[in-house]
Design a binder for this molecule. Structure first.
Ligand code: NAP
Length: 248
């Protein structure tokens, strides 16, 4: 019997990077996964990569209409499920002096408001003994240049993890957060205009890290699965996967 046989999982932001790797590990070990994303290319390639164990659907994580539709889809596909992984997020890199109102609103809409309402709408479908994992970031506790708005969106998520944990405890649902440090995913290519800038920024990030490298999406996904299925006496916690950067 495979490790996650019979488990049903919803991953918001499951078509790339950390979310896709988590979906792959789950499907490979017998789980059924409903994964969301936005770009058509990402949706198509994720469906191809994940195969029949997954259903990949388009859903804008910042749209309440789409979150309602996703809850209906999850109910139709799974009736109830075991893990909600709320992972979609935008990494906005901008000096605060040059952050516009539109940029600020967009990053809070996807990272914070969307995550809040995703848990509100989907938690009623989670089985007793199931859990929620939120993806935060180490910029929620560290002053990091260009990450004022992004870091604040993730600080709000850290707070949600505590409050959701206490409010969902009576239903037997644990809520935790995984906090990645700089992690090698396609997100860097989406945040910066060209490959040269990406190489420069990621080299700087590696140098600033106590372990002198970036993490991998596999390293973060393993922590997600630990929080989701193994950490049965852990709720309201945030687990850093950051080469020690938030602590050292
Ligand atoms: N990589 C890092 O260094 C790092 C560090 C700290 C925290 N994080 C956090 O980790 C999480 C995953 O990041 P990643 O690095 O794996 O990024 P990624 O490779 O860009 O993947 C992000 C996923 O979220 C989806 N997504 C983003 N905005 C969405 C929206 N509005 N609606 C629906 N789906 C949306 C993306 O789909 P589309 O591609 O279709 O938009 C994709 O599936 C994010 O919350 C990020 O803030 C990452």
């Amino acid at each position: 019997m495979a490790r996650y046989d019979g488990k049903k999982v919803v991953i918001i932001g499951g078509t790339s990077g950390i979310g896709l790797t988590t979906a792959k590990m789950l499907v490979d070990e017998g789980a059924r996964v409903l994964a969301t994303g936005r770009s058509q290319g990402g949706l198509d390639s994720a469906q191809r990569e994940l195969g029949e164990g997954a259903l990949v659907v388009s859903s804008d994580a910042g749209s309440l209409t789409d979150i309602d539709a996703l809850a209906e889809r999850a109910k139709a596909e799974f009736d109830t499920f075991d893990l909600l992984f709320v992972n979609a997020g935008i990494g906005l890199f901008a000096p605060f002096e040059r952050t516009t109102e539109a940029m600020y609103d967009d990053v809070f809409k996807v990272n914070t408001k969307g995550s809040f309402f995703a848990v509100q709408k989907l938690a009623p479908l989670i089985n007793r003994g199931g859990s929620v994992v939120l993806t935060t970031a180490i910029s929620n506790v560290k002053g990091m240049p260009m990450l004022a708005a992004s870091g604040a969106t993730k600080a709000a998520l850290r707070s949600f993890a505590r409050t959701f944990a206490v409010e969902l405890a009576p239903q037997g649902i644990r809520v935790n957060a995984v906090s990645p440090g700089p992690t090698d995913t396609p997100s860097w290519g989406k945040s910066f205009p060209d490959a040269e800038t990406v190489a420069h920024i990621t080299a700087q990030m590696s140098d600033a890290n106590p372990m002198k490298r970036m993490g991998t999406s596999e390293e973060v996904a393993k922590a997600v699965l630990f929080l989701a299925f193994d950490a049965t006496y852990t709720t309201g916690a945030e687990l850093p996967v950051d080469g020690g950067q938030s602590q050292l």
